[in-house]
Design a protein around this ligand. Sequence first.
Ligand code: IPE
Ligand code: IPE
Ligand code: MG
Length: 259
Amino acid sequence: MDNLQEYLDRLDMTRMPRHVAIIMDGNGRWAKQRGRDRSEGHAEGVTSVHRAVEFSSDMGIGYLTLYAFSTENWNRPQTEVDALMHLIGWAIERELPELLENNVRIRLIGDIDRIPEEARRKLLNSQSATAHCTGLTLGMCLSYSSRWEITEAARILARKVKECDIDPENITESVFADHLNTAGMPDPDLLIRTGGEERISNFLLWQIAYSELYFTDVLWPEFDKIEYAKALLDFQKRERRFGKTSEQVAKADDSKVGN
Ligand code: IPE
Ligand code: IPE
Ligand code: MG
């Protein structure tokens, strides 16, 4: 089976994840396999981002969150970091008209102040220009790490306690989540990692507490709509129990059907 339509026919449009998060890994290896520079792998990765955004919108997915650059990625060779930052700024500027046309809202997640000025300006501009959009929310994690985000939330809450804005007894899980960069977004239902590694690399540690994890060897530049559809099909086969028994889940589903 290698035709996209055959996969689409098997997908249940009523059981799509509300939020998909993706660790886009494997650009460097994709380039190396072809004897090309790593930066060419990143450039090819932009095409994959475009496809994933389009497919998410078509599938009626509400939120797509992409891990584009981690806090740890600042430690890569300066030439690669510079090329990536330039690419990110260039790509977001180029994609903006189509994002607007497709009603996609950009949400920046991470320590955006660390991004070099030119790329940062283009990113912030795309975020404000799409603020009114009501279709897919596209979370772009840049200069992001989950431990950084959680530490920031703790710091903000500590300040509020110090200033008597909040009583420590009132810091619930939901209040804590409201102080993360992802405040207001539902937790990811499905987390995909391309590139063959089976690790989380400091991504959304709090938010993926109950996400379904999907790992594929496919390198990010080769992650096409068929590969995305395969991940969605795999997700739809799983039973999400959230600590309950299979029988309890089946019963709850029956009562939903009866409604
Ligand atoms: C992922 O691809 C993109 C970023 C981390 C920016 P990599 O650049 O990590 O590709 P590999 O893992 O070296 O193949
Ligand atoms: C994770 O990829 C970060 C992004 C995809 C942006 P890495 O390639 O940096 O992850 P590790 O270092 O191999 O875990
Ligand atoms: Mg990698």
